[in-house]
Design a protein. Structure first.
Length: 338
């Protein structure tokens, strides 16, 4: 295996700071890293900051402007007469669907990371991992009701797309991008989970499972294994068993700040347990002068949070589960599945 680790992010100018901070967390635990940044027209200031990271940490950051690619996709596929995926949904989260053509042909594998991730360990074992399918990912905790929305059975596995180990050789060989385009052209309904649903549907039974520690989200980070399983209501066969969850919680490799219900670490007064760690990287980054966005509502809860943190955590748990299920049920009614 090559000693270099190739990692890909997709970020427009609004999320370049988050991508840069995630890069710093990668570099703290890994050497010989090449970053491929699927980007648009960044400001000169943000480019200079990324170049500073590149120089200081002796890594490589390759800028791949995919603004044109997304415009073509927007004009020719997702907004044609046959497609229902409208309402301005073409954002940079779709860029990952076209890594095979956007990245150099010499690269045979890539770790894709969402911008809202922090790496907490060495990624060489992940990078060198054998991938038999198109890509490998961590199973998602989304409630099993969501399976109905995408015509999956109750025990079908559903994956989170925030961390992907992509077998680019297989991706190109199977013409994955054409498969995606052909699927989207024939859509009758919009997808609730956007590009993540597309990846799960198009490549069903061609996705390998990664250990949970490679994509630890708030719920899997904050709660006990039994509550985690209860949240999703998924059969153990389509998620992770107690021992796997317990091991992951003690051996976290990648933290994923997914879920707007809990806020984000760059927003003042969020619920994430690892916000201080994100703040550490922020203070040691070229964006160290950034001030977290202030939410008046959350500011009012400042002292309540500190005194009743554990209680609020469990209130948040049941509130979120209820909201997740309600939102899915609404989608099922719209689609007349219920």
């Amino acid at each position: 295996m090559n000693n270099n680790i190739n990692i890909c992010y997709a970020a427009d100018n609004m999320y370049v700071m988050q991508a840069g901070i995630s890069m710093l967390s990668v570099l703290k635990h890994n050497e010989n890293v090449n970053f491929y940044l699927l980007c648009d027209d960044y400001t000169t200031d943000n480019i200079d900051k990324l170049k500073k990271i590149e120089k200081e940490y002796k890594c490589n950051i390759f800028f791949i402007n995919c603004k044109k690619n997304l415009k073509i996709l927007n004009d020719t596929v997702l907004f044609n007469d046959n497609s229902k995926m409208k309402n301005g949904l073409i954002t940079f989260m779709y860029a990952r669907l076209f890594v095979g053509s956007l990245l150099p042909q010499s690269i045979d594998r890539i770790i894709y990371l969402d911008c809202d991730t922090l790496v907490n360990g060495n990624l060489k074992d992940l990078y060198d991992r054998n991938v038999n399918g198109i890509f490998a990912a961590v199973r998602d905790i989304w409630p099993v009701k969501h399976n109905k929305l995408i015509n999956f059975k109750k025990d079908d596995v559903y994956f989170n797309s925030g961390v992907l180990l992509i077998n680019l050789d297989e991706w190109r060989k199977k013409e994955a991008e054409n498969m995606i385009i052909n699927h989207v052209r024939n859509l009758k309904d919009d997808y609730y989970q956007r590009d993540q649903d597309i990846l799960n549907i198009v490549f069903k039974d061609r996705i390998d499972t990664l250990p949970l520690e490679y994509n630890m989200m708030y719920i899997t980070r904050a709660y006990k294994p039994k509550l985690i399983q209860n949240f999703s209501d998924r059969p153990v066969s389509s998620y992770y068993d107690i021992k796997e969850i317990e091991y992951a919680k003690k051996n976290i490799k990648i933290i994923h700040f997914a879920g707007e219900f809990f806020g984000r670490p760059w927003i003042f007064m969020n619920m994430y347990k690892d916000s201080k760690l994100w703040g550490y990287y922020l203070k040691n980054s070229p964006w160290k002068d950034y001030k977290p966005i202030l939410s008046t509502k959350k500011y009012c809860l400042k002292y309540i949070k500190y005194f009743f943190a554990d209680l609020l955590k469990y209130i948040w748990y049941f509130r979120t589960k209820k909201r997740f299920n309600k939102s899915i049920e609404n989608q099922l009614k719209i689609r007349k599945i219920l």
